[in-house]
Design a protein around this ligand. Structure first.
Ligand code: GLU
Length: 478
């Protein structure tokens, strides 16, 4: 078998889309599992759609997630350059080969002419495609139009009455009629190749073994097969990944915040959860296991377990997964990842031991990293009490609890978990209180809310001095 070489070939039109990440990840996993190579190729031949900075942001997103490519921009290999706008000569040479062999022709139709033609075809209920009016131009006519500088494109001449049959690694045998394929533009009037020409040429010269891409490209495959045939090249193995759908099975929204990988990272999703979630958008293991690290995915992933049917993008599942990783990744990792959110909230913490205690308590209850910051406010700030809680603290029983602790705490340091338990027991016994009547005033005084972690954790995070000061404050105010 030929060595496995797969490519992720995004157009730099913005951010890294969840669907793009899925393709890149499957490329990466497949390459790793087959000891092959994963290539990043930038398809920037549509200059009108290009967004500046998009290539850098795409590369940095892949890098942040650890989906690293073996060859690509900035990581040049044997087949460089990996940016299509730097390979224009190659495309022009090959377009010329097709013109010479009669497999392509010049077309001088203006966009007005084409619009009119399409409207007429639609009105007659015909299949809308280029009617080849320029195919009948003589060599001399073409020559004359070119010399007078008429705008033109180069089109592929698709075969008539031809059925394309090919085997897709996921969909099995697929058959399509050539009559459904337009005479595709190969070179546009601005001199740039279209995706179709450039991708086929690059896949050949970069020795791509498997073309892994979204199902939306399935209908273009006959054109790509035909182009390969015209050049006399072997076709790669086609691998069309299932569509990604919303939970109501409609097409996934294109709104940047809903589908950009960067926006999920910024919202505080962990890269481990994002990768794991995206890996399951169309693939699952034989035992339906759900949680996988990237290394485990490399060991388990195979194309034959990718499904044909649409994959559902279910945010509740991503949230669940993120919660799992929040709890199960090493505490230091979560602590470190939460730091930028503390900084962004204007709450820099220099005491790392306090921070990791807070994170240890918070991560049990939080789904996303920024929630840790919100959770930590009860320790790092003195929260304003709700009016009803203020009232509750004024009650005689509440004040008895606080007064008791105010006297006993200073004598009891250091306050480890055992000490906190025995003090609590003693207080309840001596005051004849239990349950809420005991815990609520204490929590309200210590953290400003009635719910939170257990008392030993609260004392350990606040430290004795701060705990005593908070209790005294509420005792005096009461
Ligand atoms: N440039 C195409 C895209 O952005 C690549 C399709 C393919 O992988 O062949 O979707």
């Amino acid at each position: 078998m030929k060595p496995v070489r797969v490519r992720f070939a995004p157009s730099p039109t913005g951010f890294l889309h969840i669907g793009g990440l899925r393709t890149a990840l499957y490329d990466y996993l497949f390459a790793k599992s087959q000891k092959g190579k994963f290539i990043l190729r930038i398809e920037d031949t549509d200059q009108s759609r290009e967004v500046s900075g998009a290539v850098e942001s795409l590369i940095s997103s892949l890098h942040r997630l650890g989906v690293d490519f073996d060859e690509g921009p900035g990581c040049e290999g044997e087949f460089a350059p990996y940016i299509q706008s730097q390979r224009l000569t190659l495309y022009h040479q090959h377009a010329q080969l097709l013109l010479d062999s009669g497999d392509a022709y010049h077309c001088f139709c203006s966009s007005e002419t084409l619009t009119k033609m399409r409207e007429e075809q639609q009105a007659k209920g015909e299949f809308v495609k280029y009617d080849r009016r320029c195919l009948s131009l003589s060599k001399a006519e073409v020559q004359q139009k070119m010399e007078s500088g008429e705008k033109h494109v180069i089109r592929l001449r698709m075969p008539d009455n031809h059925r394309f049959g090919f085997d897709d690694a996921i969909r099995g045998h697929v058959e399509m009629d050539a009559s459904q394929s337009d005479d595709q533009v190969l070179i546009k009037s601005d001199g740039f190749p279209t995706y179709h020409l450039a991708a086929v040429i690059d896949d050949h010269f970069m020795q791509i073994s498997h073309v892994i891409r979204g199902e939306e490209w399935l209908s273009s495959t006959p054109k790509h097969i035909w182009l390969n045939q015209c050049f006399g090249w072997e076709t790669p193995i086609w691998v069309h990944l299932p569509l990604i759908l919303s939970t109501d099975r409609s097409k996934l929204s294109k709104r940047m915040n809903d589908v950009s990988v960067e926006s999920y990272l910024a919202k505080g999703y962990l890269k481990e959860a994002i990768l794991n979630f995206v890996a399951l958008l169309g693939w699952h293991s034989a035992d339906d296991r759900e949680l996988y690290s990237l290394d485990e995915l490399c060991d388990t992933f195979s194309l034959d377990r990718v499904t044909k049917s649409g994959a559902i993008f279910d945010l509740t599942k991503l949230d669940w997964m993120n919660g799992q990783y929040m709890r199960n990744l090493p505490l230091d990792t979560i602590t470190e990842r939460s730091l930028p959110y503390f900084q962004a909230a204007g709450m820099p913490i220099d005491n790392t031991s306090v921070l990791s205690k807070i994170v240890a308590a918070a991560r049990e209850r939080c789904t996303l990293l920024p929630e840790i910051v919100e959770y930590s406010r009860m320790f790092l700030e003195r929260l304003e009490l709700e009016a009803s809680d203020k009232e509750l603290l004024k009650s005689i029983d509440s004040q008895r609890v606080l007064a008791w602790f105010s006297t006993e705490l200073p004598k009891s340091a250091p306050l480890d978990a055992d000490k906190v338990h025995s003090l609590s027991k003693l207080c309840m016994e001596s005051l004849g209180l239990k349950g809420k009547a005991f815990y609520t005033p204490l929590r309200l005084a210590l953290i400003g809310v009635a719910h939170g972690p257990d008392l030993p954790t609260i004392f350990s995070i606040l430290g004795e001095e701060e705990a005593i000061s908070r209790i005294n404050l509420k005792c005096e105010q009461g």
